[in-house]
Write a protein of this length. Structure first.
Length: 289
C-alpha cells in the first residue's frame, strides 16, 4: 500500500470515543472546505461499525447541510434506528463546531438469492494507456492557483484516468456524459466493508461537474459557485476498490442553479457494482468574474 493510500485507510477507520460516537480526522485537499467524499466514507464507516458483519450496506442517502472545515476533525453520531429480520437501518449525523454539517441514512442487508439483471457496461477504451488526472494536471500546472498547486499535483490515494478529457481552463460545450477509470493506488486487505468506504469516498469525485459540460463551464472558473447538496449511493455487489472501476456519469437535467447527475460504476468484468446520484449547486456568479 502506498503511504497516501495507507493514510486514507486510516482516515476512514475512525476513533471510537463512546458507544455510537466516533471521531475522524480531516483531509485538506487544498480547497479549505471539506471534501464531500471524506464525509460520505467516514459516515459509512461509522454506521458499519454498529452493524453485524453479516449484513452488508446496500444504500446510503445523505444531505450536505453546511460546508465542513478541512482543518478540524469531524464527530459522527450513529442512531441505531432499526434491526429487523433482514435489514438494519442507521442514521448518521456529522458534527463540527457543535453544528450538523452532514446527515445520512444507511441500510444494510443479509445476502439473499433473487432475480438479477443489470444495464450493460459502456464500450470505452481501457485504462492501460490513459494518463492520470495528476499527469494531465502537470501539463497545465501554470494555470493552477499557487495556493493549491502542490495539493493538486501531489500523489493521490485514488488514481483517476479520465476517458473523457476536457481542458478545465478553456472548456467547450459538449454532451453531459463522462467516463473515467479509477482505483485505489495500492493493494488493500480482503475486507469488503473497507472497499465500500473507499468507493463512497471516490464517488464524489467529478460527479457533479458532469452537469457543467453542456454549458462550457468548469469548476476551475472563478465565476462558478459549485457545491454538493445531496448524494445517494447504492451498492449492488461486493467490489475491489484496488482494481480498475469504470465511472460512467451523465446529467439528464439542470435548472434553478442546480445540476442533477447519475453515475454507474462497473468492474472490469462488466458487472455493475454500484450506482450513484447527486444534485448540487452550479451557480453562475457574474459578479465573481
Amino acid at each position: 500500500m502506498s503511504h497516501v493510500l495507507d493514510d486514507l485507510v486510516d482516515l476512514l477507520s475512525l476513533e471510537s470515543i463512546e458507544e455510537n460516537l466516533f471521531r475522524g480526522r480531516s483531509q485538506d485537499l487544498g480547497f479549505r472546505q471539506l471534501y464531500g467524499g471524506q464525509v460520505l466514507g467516514q459516515s459509512l464507516s461509522a454506521a458499519s461499525q454498529t452493524v453485524e458483519d453479516a449484513r452488508h450496506v446496500h444504500s446510503l442517502h445523505g444531505y450536505f447541510l453546511r460546508p465542513g472545515d478541512a482543518s478540524l476533525p469531524v464527530v459522527y453520531s450513529v442512531d441505531r434506528v432499526r434491526d429487523g429480520g433482514s435489514f438494519s437501518t442507521r442514521r448518521v449525523t456529522a458534527i463540527q463546531k457543535g453544528q450538523t454539517i452532514f446527515t445520512c441514512s444507511a441500510s444494510f442487508q443479509y445476502d439473499e438469492e433473487g432475480f438479477e439483471h443489470q444495464a450493460q457496461m459502456p464500450d470505452v477504451v481501457g485504462p492501460e494507456n490513459l494518463p492520470s488526472e495528476v499527469e494531465l494536471a502537470r501539463t497545465m500546472a501554470d494555470h493552477l492557483p499557487e495556493r493549491i498547486r502542490e495539493k493538486v499535483l501531489c500523489a493521490k490515494p485514488i488514481e483517476i484516468r479520465p476517458v473523457t478529457e476536457r481542458d478545465p481552463f478553456n472548456p467547450k460545450a459538449g454532451d453531459p456524459v463522462k467516463y473515467a477509470w479509477f482505483r485505489a493506488d495500492g493493494s488493500l486487505p480482503d475486507t469488503p466493508a473497507l472497499h465500500k468506504y473507499l468507493l463512497a469516498y471516490a464517488s464524489d469525485f467529478g460527479l457533479l461537474t458532469t452537469s457543467l459540460q453542456p454549458h462550457g463551464k468548469s469548476v476551475w472558473q472563478k465565476d462558478m459557485q459549485i457545491a454538493s447538496l445531496d448524494h445517494a449511493l447504492w451498492f449492488h455487489r461486493n467490489l475491489r476498490a484496488d482494481e480498475w472501476l469504470l465511472y460512467a456519469t451523465d446529467s439528464p437535467w439542470a435548472g434553478n442553479s442546480r445540476g442533477f447527475c447519475r453515475g454507474s460504476i462497473y468492474n472490469r468484468a462488466g458487472q455493475l457494482v454500484a450506482s450513484s446520484t447527486q444534485e448540487g449547486l452550479i451557480r453562475h456568479r457574474k459578479d465573481w468574474a
